[in-house]
Design a protein around this ligand. Structure first.
Ligand SMILES: O=C(CO)[C@H](O)[C@H](O)COP(=O)(O)O
Length: 226
């Protein structure tokens, strides 16, 4: 089974957890696309929910599929948040931000006690770090922040989009940081966040309640509860 099919299956499984009257955090990325599509079908069939999107792209998809949206001016707690990830390890620690939405994703995930992560088998790793860690930084003086980040033991590359330097939905830059292997994600997160100019990191530490992983051979979805 190809990776897209695995993403679709795990996304559909997660949407089964959504019930009437919930406020739902909607993550970002290609796995979430399938979840939004499926959730839109359930809304069409009468499910009454409101979503909070973690990116402009997710907001567009949600509107396209008829999912009513709300925001933090109306809501302070979310009943459930569903999101993809770039890597997850056996301690439920994550790397996110491949799509550049890590800041809003972390704000939304922090507002629930039901943060559900949906991944295909390729994302479940022994040690984090093969995927370059996204770190969101203020554009002014980003070079200084990058040098301090590199002093922690990585190569930091400024992310480029199709129109030049990539800008997050918040108007910030993203540095993709190649640490190769991250053995103490909690400490690294602390070290990074203490650098002036760093807005947020793609390390999601001790935030996940449940992960759903789709496998192809044999075909199955495994739920791991934290
Ligand atoms: O963190 C993210 C976006 O900022 C995504 O959840 C992550 O990049 C996974 O994306 P995909 O489902 O497309 O593989």
């Amino acid at each position: 089974m190809n990776q897209d099919k695995l993403k679709e299956q795990v996304a559909h499984e997660a949407v089964n957890d959504i019930q009437d009257n919930m406020i739902v955090g909607l993550g970002t990325g290609s796995t979430m696309y399938y979840a939004i599509q499926r959730l839109g079908e359930r809304v069409k069939d009468g499910l009454n929910i409101k979503g909070i999107p973690t990116s402009e792209q997710t907001a567009k998809w949600a509107q396209q599929y008829g999912i009513p949206l709300t925001d933090f001016s109306e809501v302070s707690h979310l009943d459930i948040v569903i999101d993809g990830a770039d890597e997850i390890d056996g301690n439920f620690q994550l790397i996110k931000g491949g799509g550049g939405a890590l800041l809003r994703e972390k704000i939304v995930a922090n507002a629930t006690d039901q943060f559900i992560v949906i991944v295909d088998e390729s994302k479940y790793v022994k040690t984090l770090g093969k995927f370059k860690l996204p770190v969101e930084v203020i554009p002014f003086g980003w070079e200084v922040a990058a040098r301090e980040i590199e002093a922690l033991g990585c190569e930091a590359t400024l992310r480029v989009g199709k129109d030049g330097t990539f800008l997050s939905d918040n108007g910030h830059y993203i540095l993709d940081c190649d640490f190769k292997e991250i053995h103490n994600p909690e400490k690294l997160n602390q070290d990074l966040i203490s650098i002036i100019g760093v807005v947020e990191t793609g390390l999601f530490i001790n935030m996940v309640q449940k992960v759903l992983i789709s496998y192809s051979n044999p075909e199955k979805i495994i739920a791991l509860n934290n």
